[in-house]
Design a protein around this ligand. Structure first.
Ligand code: GLN
Length: 195
């Protein structure tokens, strides 16, 4: 089956590894640039985007990850991972950079702090007709998308919380913690199409 990486610098790496393994993928924890070479897709976990950015630069991973995304490798980011995929941040901390690739503007911590974390049910027609149980933890929102990106889900107030652009998928919530498999399946479908 396909081999996919989970960027394993910080954040909820284990939850993604468990789910992707359950879905039949061969999973590599990516901590060094060489580990990007044998993979067909990459997941960027939730965590703290500014920390992942700093560590990616320190470990020499930033440039190869940016290049892999630009080269069309399928990638899925949850929460901090979505932030890292955004071409533009409306409120990044000083010096914070993203990998980019997703034609969107993302706002970090859009709901407030940890105490404002919540779960809700979302309609996401792209993944199926039954509601998605979505867990938001200090979550971002997509403030706007450019012409290349397509919103997949919005909250009742209209804010975009899932987005896709070809092989790039991002969610502001964490399917890997709520037992929701359909986004990871969709990511693996993209990976299988690309190999
Ligand atoms: N607020 C975090 C950040 O800015 C993201 C939180 C999360 O991934 N659960 O990176």
């Amino acid at each position: 089956d396909v081999r996919v990486g989970v960027l394993a610098l910080q954040g909820d790496v284990r939850e993604h590894v468990v789910l992707l393994t359950h879905l039949g993928a061969d999973v590599v924890r990516v901590r060094r640039p060489e580990q990007l070479e044998g993979i067909d897709g990459l997941v960027l976990p939730g965590g703290e985007s500014s920390v992942i950015d700093t560590l990616a630069r320190a470990f020499g991973l930033r440039d190869p990850v940016v290049a892999a995304i630009a080269d069309g490798m399928p990638v899925y980011g949850t929460c901090a991972g979505l932030i890292l995929l955004a071409d533009r941040l409306s409120d990044g901390i000083a010096g914070q950079r993203t990998f980019g690739g997703l034609d969107a503007t993302v706002r970090r911590n859009a709901f407030g702090g940890q105490a404002e974390s919540f779960e809700t049910e979302l309609d996401v027609p792209a993944v199926g007709s039954s509601a998605v149980r979505a867990t938001f933890i200090r979550a971002p929102v997509v403030e706007s998308v450019g012409p290349a990106a397509t919103p997949l889900a919005t909250l009742p107030d209209g804010r975009i919380v899932a987005v896709e652009q070809g092989p790039i998928l991002g969610t502001a919530f964490h399917p890997e913690v709520s037992g929701e498999e359909r986004f990871h399946r969709r990511f693996l479908d993209r990976v299988r199409e690309a190999v």
